[in-house]
Design a protein around this ligand. Structure first.
Ligand code: 5GP
Ligand code: MG
Ligand code: MG
Length: 178
């Protein structure tokens, strides 16, 4: 599996330090608020499980799976729900936990949906932000790394459902696509 990775962008140690930093910021901002952390499946699962262990106050968690709708090469901003929340967000301070923000279509949809459902506040924590890919005007409130415009895998992120179990984040070698 390691031979499929051309270069490591963020080591296990760098990721842990960054996740700890984000956890500290969230701890400070959400004191006494009992926030609901919403993990966007599947990519954010590893990040979410590490992140919540750095939040030193009560938190609740839930999961949602969404996917881009229709032709993936055209960013329509349309997203469909594959798995919805079990928890009501009405009146809750919610924190969307994302692996990476690219075009912004997923976040744009989620923020609109959760505000329709009358969340009290909606913030986004993204492990990575690919600013160059942005097509919709959305912004993550807490960002781990600003990443270059490359396809990354590891630490939850996949290519064809593989590499989610890598403990670091890297760029795939070209031979994998061929
Ligand atoms: P957006 O809706 O912002 O265009 O895309 C967000 C989703 O696309 C992310 O949550 C992630 O699942 C996927 N994605 C975007 N960039 C990458 C990448 O570099 N690597 C992987 N594995 N997934 C990505
Ligand atoms: Mg995702
Ligand atoms: Mg994926």
């Amino acid at each position: 599996m390691q031979e499929d990775i051309e270069k490591v962008l963020y080591s296990q140690d760098e990721i842990q330090a960054t996740v700890a930093r984000l956890g500290k910021e969230l701890t400070a901002d959400y004191q006494g608020k009992n926030p609901l952390f919403i993990c966007i499946l599947k990519g954010a699962i590893v990040f979410m499980t590490d992140l919540i262990r750095h939040v030193d106050d009560y938190v609740e968690i839930d999961f949602m799976d969404v996917s881009s709708y229709g032709n993936a090469t055209v960013s329509s901003g349309e997203v469909k729900i594959l798995k919805d929340l079990d928890t009501s967000v009405q009146g809750r301070d919610v924190v969307i936990v994302e692996d990476i923000v690219d075009t912004g279509a997923t976040l744009h949809y989620l923020i609109k949906l959760l505000s329709t459902r009358q969340a009290k506040s909606i913030k986004v924590v993204a492990l990575m932000d690919k600013v160059a890919g942005r097509k919709l005007p959305v912004k993550a409130d807490y960002v781990g790394f600003d990443v270059p415009n490359e396809f990354v895998v590891g630490y939850g992120l996949d290519y064809a459902e593989r590499y989610r179990n890598l403990p670091y984040i890297g760029v795939l070698a070209p031979h994998v696509y061929e």
